[in-house]
Design a protein around this ligand. Structure first.
Ligand code: NAI
Length: 398
């Protein structure tokens, strides 16, 4: 079928398999171009199909020749209906990994559930024995706690006061003001239950109890801080509470791993266009201004550049892992540079519908958004007939 982007609100209903393959290929080429990384060799990536998790899987496999098991929650294709982008990304990843002689298997299902944890552990036991790194990169609006059966829905809201600021509809370029009502206690608890550290700790405990963690194991989850501009809706809002909880969980996991010499880290990453970040009000405007400045300064990075640098210059240097005073790895260092933040803050005041295309990188935002779904890649013929029924080779067909 001929596959075209079909947008609805902040999501795209279609995805392009050949574009997804091109995206994965470009990321692999980038990692290979930067040379080998003396990193982990048997890696479990939870949330491995898009964004930072996919970049982690690619960096491990093609930077360190690692065997990878990827866990994700994606929709396979049906006749005439495309799969979700992470499905096509994972199909492409496995294809290239297998061509390179690398072990790569994937599990599609709800990572918050006991069943998917068990299925993953059975696979590790059967094929790898143990893993020496676990990347935790889930981004989800909902989680059912397997112990209580309660389904929690996160809310992206400020805490305490109504927050009013500018935002942009990146499809139309219209800058407008939006007001977000503050969260109540339940919103905060629910957001922490979905995006906090509880599930990460559950994974690590289950893996350790089953003796599936190698001595010296590393586990890394991803967080975000961002500037004062977005603080009320991000770091000091409900999602920020969840990130506080995630960051605190790194310490409890590290304690639990002491006897096997293991360590848990949170890495604070840069703001980037992903399916998760496009859904947060105000963030797209911030990102489009940030992109403009970082590109002009020659320090712009995408997910793959971020994770390749995290591995090569933070995690696997042979030296102690550098952290900030709260024990966090900082790979958002370029985003948070004073000069860059000052310039973004200046542009923020000026930004209007009329000037955003010029003073911000709206085009770059849009391109990245289309890329998430496999569209707008050079080297892909979008007019050609595409086979939507792509399989992820390690996942049995239904
Ligand atoms: P993403 O939306 O691109 O990826 C999310 C991944 O989680 C996908 O692989 C998806 O299949 C998987 N997933 C979601 N629900 C699942 C479930 N129930 N079971 C199994 N898999 C599930 O998100 P992104 O942006 O890469 O986020 C990953 C982490 O990075 C999050 O913790 C996020 O807060 C953090 N981060 C994101 C930043 C950004 O600007 N996008 C900046 C800094 C940190």
């Amino acid at each position: 079928m001929i596959i075209e982007p079909r947008m609805r609100g902040f999501i795209c209903l279609t995805a392009h398999p050949a574009g997804a393959e091109q995206s994965v290929k470009n990321q692999i080429e980038y990692v290979k171009s930067k040379g080998p990384i003396n990193g982990a060799k048997k890696v479990l990536v939870i949330g491995s199909s898009t964004g930072f998790g996919l970049a982690s899987r690619i960096s491990s496999a093609f930077g360190s020749d690692a065997a990878t098991i990827g866990v994700f929650f994606e929709k396979p294709a049906a006749e005439g209906k495309t799969a979700s982008p992470g499905w096509y990304n994972s199909a492409a990843f496995e294809k290239f990994a297998h061509q390179a002689g690398l072990y790569a298997k994937s599990i599609n299902g709800d990572a918050f559930s006991n069943e998917v944890k068990q299925q993953t552990m059975d696979l590790i036991k059967k094929d790898l024995g143990q893993v020496d790194m676990v990347i935790y990169s889930l981004a989800s609006p909902v989680r059912t706690n397997p112990n209580t059966g309660v389904t929690h829905r996160s809310a992206l809201k400020p805490i305490g006061n109504v927050y009013t600021n500018k935002t942009v509809d990146f499809h139309t370029g219209k800058v407008s003001e939006i007001s977000i009502q503050p969260a109540n206690e339940e919103d905060i608890e629910n957001t922490v239950a979905v995006m906090g550290g509880e599930d990460w700790a559950m994974w690590m405990k289950a893996l350790k109890d089953a003796d599936l963690l190698a001595p010296g194991v590393l586990t890394v989850a991803y967080s975000y801080i961002g500037p004062a501009l977005t603080e009320p809706v991000y770091r000091k809002g409900t999602i920020g509470r969840a990130k506080d909880d995630l960051e605190a969980t790194a310490f409890t996991i590290s304690d639990d791993l002491k006897d096997i010499d293991g360590k848990a880290y949170v890495s604070v990453n840069k703001a980037l266009v992903t399916q998760a970040s496009s859904a947060i009000p105000v963030i797209p405007l911030y990102i489009s201004l940030l992109y403009k400045i970082m590109k002009a300064e020659g320090v712009h990075e995408g997910t793959i550049e971020q994770i390749q640098r995290l591995y090569a210059e933070r995690l696997f240097t042979g030296k102690e892992v550098p952290t900030d005073d709260k024990g966090r790895i900082r790979i958002d260092d370029w985003e948070m540079r004073d000069d860059i933040q000052q310039k973004v803050a200046d542009l923020w005041i000026q930004a209007t519908t009329e000037n955003l295309a010029e003073i911000g990188d709206l085009e770059g935002y849009r391109k990245d958004f289309y890329h998430l779904f496999g569209f707008d890649f050079d080297g892909v013929d979008y007019k050609a007939d595409a086979n939507e029924m792509v399989q992820v080779s390690s996942i049995p067909q239904e």
